[in-house]
Design a protein around this ligand. Structure first.
Ligand code: SF4
Ligand code: SF4
Length: 374
């Protein structure tokens, strides 16, 4: 496992950080036993950054991580979780949720504590309004957290505003070869490092889209220098950049985890050649020509008060567009409509658009999707 020196985390940390939002499930419920096995496998194979959050896996991710970190595993791991600021209505919620998290995780302290999924609104209306930074500083002074951090979904200006407002230890941003100019993007990444804030990367595979590529994309990647798998290309794009400190990825099976560990054990900063960068530029152009909408499936827009399955419709629309298979897409959309999840139920209230970290014009795009899928 290739490592990176992270003084704020006490030394060498693996460049692959295990995200615990997509651990395996059985019958729709998190499989605790397999989750613990995977987390311990990762740690035993050199991964020493483990990331979870209050809301992951319906609230069970922190419990699974807590179980996995028993028997000496906590001492070998930098542990991160996140305060769901969007669920906080006043300052008392910060304390209540933090205590709940520590009980679930069964640990004495956190290495990184992140304000979860900040955007311009939550920064102003919750973090600044209820002075969350004083709360975080108090936790730090008490030794309950080591670093004050945030994760982010909004535009570059909002990112700079937040970075400029406080000397955060780490910023967690969405980045992959498709999103270089999206949200914080590469400019935000460089800006954070200039300000002394270290970087954690999420969505390296863009919600799995960069792993399951259509034939046209697959053949560009296969013919590129190295002939890597789509997943390896996506990880190498990030590993190549020295300004990227840690790349988070969530594995939903042991096989995926083993493959990720293999990639992060063989590639390091500066691993890409000019010809490989050109290959990814070609892939990006080919994708951009095919994708209907840049929905990552994060579900921040859900639940829709009218029952519209927004990410489901966009995912079906994107799959149909990318794979050129609208017959299948129409059948899937028909089933959604029959369950009352179709666009026909949308009343245009706008609640989803206010919550969407990608700032998508959801209402208009739902109409277009419905037209093409009907
Ligand atoms: S605008 Fe439509 S899809 Fe969005 S939350 Fe309102 S009803 Fe649901
Ligand atoms: S529409 Fe926006 S909020 Fe909803 S799943 Fe897609 S990216 Fe996330």
């Amino acid at each position: 496992m290739k490592m990176t020196l992270q003084p704020k985390l006490g030394g060498e940390v693996s460049r692959f950080g295990l995200g615990c939002m997509r651990l395996p499930t059985v019958d729709g419920k998190p499989d605790h036993e397999e989750g613990v096995r995977m987390i311990r496998y990762a740690i035993d194979h050199g991964v020493n950054y483990v990331d979870t959050a209050y809301m992951y896996l319906g609230g069970e991710s922190e419990i699974i991580v807590g179980k996995a970190l028993k028997d000496g595993y906590r001492e070998r791991t930098a542990l991160a979780t996140k305060l769901p600021v969007g669920m906080c209505h006043d300052a008392s919620d910060f304390k209540r949720i933090f205590e709940d998290q520590m009980n679930k995780l069964q640990v004495d302290y956190l290495d990184n504590y992140l304000l979860h999924g900040l955007n311009r609104n939550s920064w102003k209306n919750i973090c600044l309004k209820y002075d969350v930074l004083s709360f975080m500083e108090k936790l730090k002074a008490q030794g309950k957290i080591r670093n004050i951090c945030f994760s982010f979904h909004d535009d570059l200006d909002a990112f700079k505003e937040i970075i400029d407002a406080y000397p955060f230890d780490y910023a967690q941003i969405q980045l992959n070869y498709m999103d270089v100019k999206h949200q914080a993007g590469l400019e935000g990444l460089a800006y954070a490092r200039e300000k002394g804030t270290r970087t954690l990367i999420m969505e390296p595979l863009r919600g799995g889209a960069l792993a399951n590529v259509p034939d046209e994309i697959g053949s560009i990647l296969k013919n590129g220098e190295g002939g890597y798998s789509p997943v390896e290309w996506a990880f190498r794009f990030l590993i190549d950049r020295p300004e990227v400190d840690i790349v988070l990825s969530g594995s939903s099976s042991m096989e995926q985890l083993q493959d990720t560990i293999r990639i992060f054990s063989s590639a390091e900063a500066g691993c890409m050649t000019d010809s490989q960068r050109e290959t990814l530029a070609k892939v990006k152009a080919a994708y951009e020509a095919r994708t209907a909408i840049g929905c990552t499936g994060c579900r921040y827009c859900m639940p829709c008060p009218q029952g519209v399955n927004i990410p489901g419709i966009f995912s079906t629309w994107n799959s149909a567009s990318i794979f050129g298979n609208f017959d299948n897409g129409r059948r899937q959309y028909e089933r959604m409509v029959s369950r009352g999840e179709g666009q026909d139920n949308c009343v245009g209230c706008g609640a989803c658009e206010a919550a969407c970290p990608q700032q998508l014009s959801i209402i208009e795009n739902l109409k277009t999707a419905a037209e093409q899928l009907s």
